[in-house]
Write a protein that binds this ligand. Structure first.
Ligand code: LER
Ligand code: MN
Length: 270
């Protein structure tokens, strides 16, 4: 397993669960100095940073790009893959495709979290899931050209009413035509929704392709009440080899949150 830490460049997401904020070069420097393998980027859009600037920053700090978030499509533009409005759904898919093209050259998969939206307001659950599946099939195949998967994230019930658990996520993966979508296991959402986080990890099993490494209260690992040993044992059991990426509040401040995370990671993973 590899370590990663989040960086947000999205002003509208202020107060959200991202460790580093606003200054990409400084965040990369801190991440490298602390010994992270990679960074995960939450950017306002595909033009937030040029491909060459991003490549140069990653190279100069020997950092990987673990993943790119697509949630700015929701927080900035109110786009959703399950909107009742056809054009909004199309724009949502276009935005995600552009983020796949943004991360793809760096080997970083795009994450669909809040862009999945929710059913209601005249849209049935069945209809919303059909739209979601069609988008995952299409965008999952688009990601393949970069030899990376697309990542789909089950969220807790306060953020979506579509898929809340890893078991439901695994069923969704099995119902797709593409085999190029993987599940995200976000320990914060799982703490709310799963009977046990370790069994949730096993439910996700071979589908899990990314982990948001965070504590029960969304503070950095070790600052809440999660018991990480059984979670790590479950991740080893499913032979997970991807990132443990700190999507956590910058508590008490970004550098301290990152240091707390890498210390917890080293204690748990070695
Ligand atoms: C949102 O709660 C979250 O966990 C993000 O990773 C997805 O937008
Ligand atoms: Mn997450």
């Amino acid at each position: 397993m590899k370590s990663a830490v989040t960086i947000s460049l999205v002003a509208e997401a202020k107060g959200g669960p991202f460790v580093f904020w606003d200054d990409l070069p400084a965040a990369c420097r801190h991440a490298a100095e602390l010994g992270f393998d990679a960074v995960e980027l939450f950017a306002p859009g595909p033009d937030a940073v040029s491909q060459s600037e991003l490549a140069a920053l990653l190279k100069s700090h020997s950092l990987g790009l673990a993943a790119v978030g697509t949630g700015a499509g929701w927080v900035k533009h109110k786009l959703s893959l399950t909107s009742p409005d056809t054009e909004t759904r199309q724009s949502a898919a276009d935005f995600i495709r552009s983020m796949i093209d943004f991360g793809g050259p760096h080997g970083a998969p795009a994450i669909i979290g809040s862009m999945q939206g929710r059913w209601g307001e005249g849209v049935s659950k069945e209809q919303a899931l059909d739209w979601l599946k069609a988008a995952l099939n299409d965008l999952g195949e688009h990601a393949r050209r970069y030899n990376i998967p697309l990542i789909y994230e089950p969220l807790n019930r306060y953020e979506t009413n579509l898929i809340n658990t890893e078991a439901a996520g695994a069923s969704l993966m099995e119902s797709l035509q593409t085999d190029n979508v993987r599940l995200l296991a976000d320990l914060f959402h799982m703490n709310i929704e799963e009977t046990s986080i370790a069994s949730g990890v096993k439910d996700g099993g071979r589908w899990i392709g990314h982990v948001h490494f965070v504590d029960s209260n969304r503070r950095p690992a070790g600052c809440g009440h999660l018991d990480y040993e059984p979670i790590l044992a479950a991740l080893r059991e499913i032979q997970y080899e991807g990132y443990l990426s700190a999507e956590a509040l910058p508590w008490p401040d970004p550098v301290a949150a990152a240091k707390q995370t890498i210390d917890a990671y080293r204690q748990l993973v070695g």
